[in-house]
Design a protein around this ligand. Sequence first.
Ligand code: SF4
Ligand code: MG
Length: 283
Amino acid sequence: MATMLDYQTERATWCPGCGDFGVLNAMQKACVNLGLEPEQVVVVSGIGCSGKMSQHFGGYGLHSLHGRSIPTAQAVKLANKDLVVFAAGGDGDGFGIGMGHFIHAMRRNVDITYIVMDNHIYGLTTGQASPTSDVGSKTKTSPQGTVEQPILPLQLALAQNCGFVAQGFSGNVKQLVNLIEKAIQHKGFSFVNVFSPCVTFNKVNTYDFYKAHLVDLDQDPDYDPHDRVAALRRVAEANNLVTGLIYEDPDRPSFEESLPGYPDDAIVSRDWTLRQEDYDAIL
Ligand code: SF4
Ligand code: MG
């Protein structure tokens, strides 16, 4: 049985206090709790500080291109359906250059878990406005304050009928572990947006800010995460400052379940067989 130690790699290179530590911790703990061995799990990351997730997580890792973690992760999953596959990235990576992939992944519904470390800034490139920066955010690229409206990830996912939508916070790892466990267990594309503070370049969206403003829907007995329209209303009313399981449709069939002949007769399976033979030949 794997332990947290089995999921450790080298010392993480994020700034001390970066929210991404909490996300890494939660992903590791969720895998341990579900009894997964590191060799069963693949993390595919994009580019940015969050892109280091594939190196710091002690399973298989694939550091892909900017905004391309989702298509790469989908390919990994379809090639080997027995793997648990994460796509991981940031708000710039996923909601900027990678936005097209996000939308199509929600309609395609391949069984992967997409974790976004949303810090409302480009951290790796030292503090430019990102697609989720709030209006008025003063950054290196918006010294007078951002004038563009931010992307609203939860509302976007709900509007697109994503089968699993959750939001966590790096400052509440216990809840995040639970959300990631549920996301892995959901059959189909699961989206977990995480408020993951950039302590170096974002002095507004801080741990204290989120602690003061977040509403935990998991603790609300009247909230029904199976009512998509009510979820949309609640998220909008709270200005997206909610955590918890926002919405799940457990009955929506995944891409794999919907694709005729998958995995035995589907093209993706034949490709995998060829690659496996090549691999065996090398050995
Ligand atoms: Fe984290 Fe920001 Fe440092 Fe990047 S720059 S490692 S996002 S705190
Ligand atoms: Mg970012």
